[in-house]
Design a protein around this ligand. Structure first.
Ligand SMILES: [Fe+2]
Ligand SMILES: [Fe+2]
Length: 318
């Protein structure tokens, strides 16, 4: 009975657009859904550094190197804000990271594709960060306060990432024939995985209905995917590149672009761990975790030393 009333009060707060804060009562499922979503998001930011980090030493100029370095560093920061947001829900960061390393937690399937040429760095910024922005702008208004506030800052940085990538694509597509071919090849390989980033179609998405009711999500996977296609097609046209989809066509009646079917078998293969780079990505994270152990230990020991120092000062004053 009490639980039922609490649930009703909670839903009424959501319906009236109040933000839910860390110490407020919330249904256990709301808490668990958020921990799952926010930690997957954090893992995606951190694993997302790997395909691009691969090109920092090979960026074609100092300016490109500085921009890419800044971008990859931003992604580390996003991961940290998000782990902190998950901690406000009572999750332990070390448990969340362990789930990533064990392979029991997911991260965005897009980061299991390899970055084969410099043009891939352009395509990732343009398409992958572009798709992330669609999702994250919506999350600035998510019902859980700490998650929403983390997203506001993250979105500002994501728009720099998107422009950084698009600028690379402009340079390549206006360059030599060879450079234009590189840009086209990168678009060919990254287009469909980018559309998959929004997740399964609404009819197949098991979490969507509840997440919409709780206003964790405010748009469905298909709505976000459509918005991304509509925004991106004119950008490809400006570059003079061809999106690899024979069915892509403006639909006057709908006021949207129609696009061809997504290869969901490929998506599920990658999600289940059989993508081209799944093993490599997890191995890299495990190595980082092991090699960082002494840093974590040193930081904890230093914090403990500071605590004791403070304590001693207090007793002296008293
Ligand atoms: Fe990010
Ligand atoms: Fe980004």
């Amino acid at each position: 009975m009490i639980e039922k009333n609490l649930n009703q009060i909670f839903q009424a707060r959501i319906d009236s657009e109040e933000k839910i804060e860390a110490r407020d009562w919330m249904p256990e499922k709301y808490r668990q859904t958020l921990i799952r979503q926010i930690s997957q998001h954090a893992h995606s930011e951190v694993v997302g550094m790997l395909p691009e980090g691969n090109w920092i030493t090979r960026a074609p100029s100092l300016r490109r190197k500085v921009a890419l370095l800044a971008k990859v560093q931003d992604e580390a920061g996003h991961g940290l804000y998000l782990y902190s947001a998950a901690e406000t829900l009572g999750a332990k960061r070390s448990d969340l990271i362990q789930q990533l390393l064990d392979g029991t937690a997911k991260y965005s399937s897009i980061f299991n594709y390899p970055t084969l040429s410099w043009a891939d760095i352009g395509a990732i910024g343009w398409l992958v960060d572009g798709a992330a922005i669609m999702n994250q702008v919506m999350l600035c208004r998510t019902s859980y306060g700490p998650y929403a506030r983390a997203m506001v800052r993250i979105c500002k940085e994501e728009s720099f990432h998107q422009r950084q990538g698009y600028e690379i694509m402009i340079a390549l597509s206006k360059g030599s024939e060879e450079q234009k071919a590189m840009a086209q090849d990168a678009l060919n390989r990254w287009w469909w995985p980018s559309l998959m980033m929004f997740g399964p179609n609404d009819a197949e998405s098991k979490h969507t209905a509840q997440s919409m009711a709780w206003k964790i999500k405010r748009k469905t996977n298909d709505e976000l995917r459509q918005a991304f296609v509509d925004a991106t097609v004119p950008q490809a046209e400006y570059l003079g590149l061809t999106i690899p989809d024979a069915d892509l066509k403006w639909n006057e009646e709908r006021g949207h672009y129609d696009f061809g079917p997504i290869d969901w078998d490929e998506f599920w293969q990658v999600v289940k761990g059989y993508g081209q780079c799944n093993k490599e990505r997890i191995a890299a994270r495990r190595k980082a975790e092991e090699e960082g152990e002494w840093v974590r230990e040193a930081a904890l020991a230093y914090a403990e030393k500071q605590r004791i120092k403070k304590e001693n000062q207090k007793t002296k004053v008293a």
